[in-house]
Design a protein around this ligand. Structure first.
Ligand SMILES: Nc1ncnc2c1ncn2[C@@H]1O[C@H](COP(=O)(O)OP(=O)(O)OP(=O)(O)O)[C@@H](O)[C@H]1O
Ligand SMILES: [Mg+2]
Length: 246
């Protein structure tokens, strides 16, 4: 680290991924610039969630490189990757349903031992997500989908990440909560956290993203600034192409 780093915060370069014999990614290259919100769009089974899993070290690509802040993530465990500064909001939230909201949020701080700062951060989460204040001792499984999404976002922020990766954060939420979640993603980003999110709903994603990539059966078929892609008919086509079942 001798010079200021012009490289992107996150970079996937020429990634090829297989499940057994089946190839899921074909030379995938994606970058997320510092401070940016980047969306990965694509229909069902195009390989979006697998991309998230690669970033988090849950799936190992057969070839290619993944770097965060200039250093390779390949071969690191998920906790090591979290310590480097990446937190996740997984598909379908993945809360511990029988544990309280408080316990679920604090779970995000598992890589930290600074107890006072953790308590302060929990308070901060209640400012960011005021609705959770009255629900701290409630079973997480008893919350609505929108409230669970807030818990999952608060949990992710508790590790003080430099980047959050999210898998379909608005999936299954009521319109009111969709807007709320998008607004919160924007707020989190404005506080300096970069965001990589997977989304099937192109029009929603392009409202808040700086850049986006369109994935079709494991290949990036289109990418660019959200502003340009919003007006591109191919985005709609690519997006609708594989998602009729949704
Ligand atoms: N653990 C696994 N073992 C074998 N095949 C898998 C596994 N996980 C995913 N796949 C397959 O890999 C392909 C890509 O899956 P992935 O979940 O990455 O797609 P996706 O774009 O997130 O889809 P969706 O829109 O349905 O969430 C699919 O064909 C899927 O069936
Ligand atoms: Mg998925």
């Amino acid at each position: 680290m001798t010079m200021s780093s012009p490289e992107p915060l996150l970079a996937l370069t020429n990634v090829n991924t297989f499940y057994g014999q089946a190839q899921v990614h074909f030379g995938l290259s994606i970058t997320v610039g510092r401070g940016h919100i980047v969306c990965l769009l694509g229909g069902n089974a195009s390989g979006k969630s697998t991309t998230m899993k690669i970033i988090l070290g849950l799936v190992k690509p057969r070839s290619g490189e993944v770097t965060f802040d200039g250093a390779s993530l390949i071969g690191l465990t998920t906790p090591q990757i979290v310590r480097r500064g990446i937190a996740s909001v997984p598909e379908a939230r993945r809360l511990f349903a029988d544990m309280s909201v408080r316990e679920n949020i604090l779970m995000g701080a598992f890589v930290r031992s600074d107890r006072e700062a953790i308590a302060q951060d929990l308070d901060k989460m209640l400012t960011l997500f005021p609705k959770l204040g009255q629900r701290l001792s409630q079973r997480a499984g008893s919350l609505s989908g929108g409230e669970q999404q807030m818990v999952a976002m608060a949990r992710a922020l508790m590790s003080r990440p430099r980047m959050i990766v999210m898998d379909e954060p608005t999936m299954g939420l009521s319109p009111l909560y969709v807007d709320r979640v998008l607004e919160l993603i924007r707020t989190i980003n404005q506080e300096g956290v970069s965001v990589f999110m997977v989304e099937q709903n192109a029009s929603l994603a392009l409202e808040i993203a700086h850049e986006a990539y369109v994935l079709q059966t494991g290949k990036i078929v289109l990418s660019g600034s959200a502003r340009t892609l919003k007006d591109d008919p191919r985005v709609r086509d690519a997006y609708l192409g594989g998602s009729e079942a949704a």
